[in-house]
Design a protein around this ligand. Structure first.
Ligand SMILES: NC(=O)c1ccc[n+]([C@@H]2O[C@H](COP(=O)([O-])OP(=O)(O)OC[C@H]3O[C@@H](n4cnc5c(N)ncnc54)[C@H](O)[C@@H]3O)[C@@H](O)[C@H]2O)c1
Ligand SMILES: [Zn+2]
Length: 336
């Protein structure tokens, strides 16, 4: 399976293991950039692959975690690339989760004013979201993803074999976003996920998600409605993440956010009755939480005040039923 993404330059997603032979045919040097957890698990294999392809064994690993998605790590990667003597025609292979593709992608896009970057996502979230679309960046003390740029990866390899070692909590991050894709754009995807043997169909599920992400990325310049629909569950999800002191994984918080906002839109008569219950049942089947101890009023107020800065009216992503997202304007009072 393969998916062309018509960006400039074009990008593609290839289902299967990374093709080091292709990298060696295109570049003299390829630096694998990853985090320390993944280096322990897969570093030996990647070094072996580089060697087999006739490439020098260049691998750099940084400390895992959001706290290391920083300008300091960016600088360490630049330093490694410079010491390794990479030239404009060489490349970076970002091998890891969304943190690796964000920071290594930014490093590649800026080193020598831009060398080629290839993505090898190892988390479910990175496969369905972060590794595709070309958004790269790092966090600043003032906030998440405040410095970065758009830079399309030349190719992305979706190798589901990596998921064999993915910790359970990390699955929730990917599943939260996958349920979201189903809710806003594909009832077929939602149904596929509700089958007891959904894991057997995971590559089709990832493919379905990427088709939706592709549409969003290709329409990105227009910032059409679909782009904003990707915020479904996130307005409340972010408030829940904050209230939990970031102890809840992002995907779990978004899951609860989708249930709460859909119950609200059902009450407003904007959503087919029973839709929130369907989302709830789906999340429960994955062992994910569907409620949060903080009162709904408090969460809505927190979300509304967060949006306040952008004026009195704001747009919420909702669904009329599974697979059908839409945008609706509310004013702050109505939500709070
Ligand atoms: N650029 C985008 O479009 C985009 C989209 C969504 C999210 N993001 C960013 O992605 C980041 C989150 O990414 P993530 O959820 O992939 O987290 P992550 O990169 O932190 O990876 C999660 C953890 O799992 C470990 N891990 C990864 N793959 C593994 C595997 N196969 N086996 C065992 N352990 C493994 C990692 O070492 C890490 O500790 C956030 O910083 C977010 O801002 C970016
Ligand atoms: Zn998200």
């Amino acid at each position: 399976m393969r998916l062309e993404i018509r960006t400039d330059p074009p990008s593609e997603v290839i289902f299967g293991p990374a093709d080091f032979g292709l990298l060696a045919a295109r570049h003299r040097k390829v630096a694998v950039v990853t985090d320390r957890n993944l280096e322990k698990l897969y570093g030996g294999r990647w070094r072996e692959e580089l060697k087999k392809a006739g490439l020098p064994e260049l691998l750099f690993a940084f400390e895992p975690g959001e706290a290391h998605k920083t300008p300091r790590t960016l600088e360490e990667i630049w330093d490694f690339l410079a010491r390794s003597g990479l030239t404009r025609s060489d490349a970076v292979l970002a091998a890891g989760g969304g943190i690796v593709s964000d920071v290594a992608g930014f490093a590649a896009a800026t080193f020598l004013r831009g060398v080629a970057c290839y993505n090898l996502p190892t988390t479910l979230l990175a496969m369905v979201d972060a590794a595709v679309g070309g958004k790269t960046g790092v966090n600043l003390p003032q906030g998440k993803n405040l410095a970065g740029c758009f830079a399309q990866p030349r190719a992305v390899w979706a190798d589901l074999g990596f998921l064999d070692t993915l910790p359970e909590a990390e699955w929730q991050n990917g599943l939260g976003e996958i349920v979201k894709y189903g809710c806003i754009a594909s009832e077929a995807l939602f149904e596929r996920l509700s089958r007891p043997d959904w894991r057997e169909e995971l590559s089709q599920i990832v493919f379905d998600c990427l088709c939706i992400k592709q549409e969003v990325v290709e329409a990105d310049l227009l910032d059409g409605g679909l782009r904003q629909l990707l915020n479904f569950g996130h307005t409340l999800g972010h408030a829940i993440e904050k209230e939990s002191d970031f102890t809840l994984p992002h995907g779990a918080a978004v899951g609860i956010g989708m249930v709460l906002i859909t119950r609200f839109s059902e009450e407003k008569g904007l959503t087919e009755p029973g839709t929130a219950a369907k989302i709830e049942a789906m999340l429960s089947s994955f062992g994910m939480p569907t409620s949060f101890p903080e009162s709904r009023e408090k969460l809505f107020a927190a979300a509304a005040s967060d949006k306040k800065r952008r004026g009195d009216r704001f747009t919420l992503a909702l669904i009329s039923r599974i697979g059908h997202g839409f945008l609706q304007e509310f004013d702050r009072e109505e939500l709070a």
